[in-house]
Write a protein that binds this ligand. Structure first.
Ligand code: PEP
Length: 255
């Protein structure tokens, strides 16, 4: 089973319109491998400018969150139809920063994901354990619980991002073996939810301090299908180097 690598940049609360345009112009000017899927997820405010620049570029555009209702009295929220109107094809849901700082739960994340998929968006659904949970030997139980809400999603429009919270923005990365162990477990859960064929097609990204220096070792693992990249997605040389790492592995696998 060959899944295409996906490298997605989560810019978080970085890059307004001018910085987004500068980044994308530089990225588009550089030579890009065609055997890797690439997505950037700027802040909401920068999505219209990014959508214009990325038209017919082959680079996907994602948002960092979405509400579960289509419209209504939800001050500060953005809906899936609004994103679809802008040609936003992807959305990150359930990021640990939303879970720990903004009250996101497995259930609210699942509602957002469902509504986004109904609108045709592909969901990058984030999950992962805290350091305390890992040290207490609870990682598998936590992942099982977090993944349990994926059952009524459409696997064809689903990407799972395993992001151990202790590795996000900390410079600490899961070892390739730790990542593979978690990803293999998540894939087995997906098989239970969706059956073998559909589950084998779902991409499972690793996120947590992926850098050009460690990307290849992580991406080489059989169930690691690319990365959700935070800090290293904010400048073109490091984001491009991570994309190239995936491209080299993909080229090796197909030769
Ligand atoms: C993230 O926030 O999704 C992330 C993986 O961040 P970083 O790469 O900076 O650890």
């Amino acid at each position: 089973m060959t899944r295409r690598y996906l490298v997605a940049g989560n810019w978080k609360m970085h890059k307004g319109v001018a910085d987004t345009a500068a980044f994308l112009e530089e990225l588009l000017a550089a030579k890009r491998p065609r055997n890797v899927d690439v997505v950037v997820c700027p802040p909401y405010i920068s999505l219209p400018a990014a959508a214009m620049l990325l038209t017919r570029s082959g680079i996907g555009l994602g948002a960092q969150n979405v509400h579960w209702e289509s419209s209504g009295a939800f001050t500060g929220e953005i809906s899936a139809p609004m994103l679809a109107d802008l040609d936003v094809g992807w959305v990150i849901v359930g990021h640990s920063e939303r879970r720990t700082m903004f009250g996101e739960t497995d259930e609210t994340a699942a509602r957002r994901a469902r509504r986004a998929q109904e609108e045709g968006l592909t969901v990058i659904f984030c999950l992962g354990e805290t350091l305390k949970q890992r040290e207490a030997g609870e990682t598998i139980d936590v992942l099982r619980q977090q993944a349990s809400v994926l059952t009524d999603l459409d696997p064809a429009k689903l990407v799972v991002a395993y992001e151990p919270i202790w590795a996000i923005g900390t410079g600490r990365t899961a070892s390739p073996e730790q990542a593979q162990e978690a990803h293999a477990f998540l894939r087995s859960e997906l098989r239970g939810h969706f059956g073998d064929e559909a589950a084998n097609k779902v991409r499972i990204l690793y996120g947590g301090s992926v850098k050009p220096a460690n990307a290849a070792d992580l991406f080489r693992q059989p169930d690691v299908d690319g990365g959700l990249i935070g800090g290293a997605s904010l400048d073109v040389p490091s984001f491009s180097a991570i994309i190239r790492a995936a491209a080299h592995l993909a080229a090796g696998a197909s030769s």
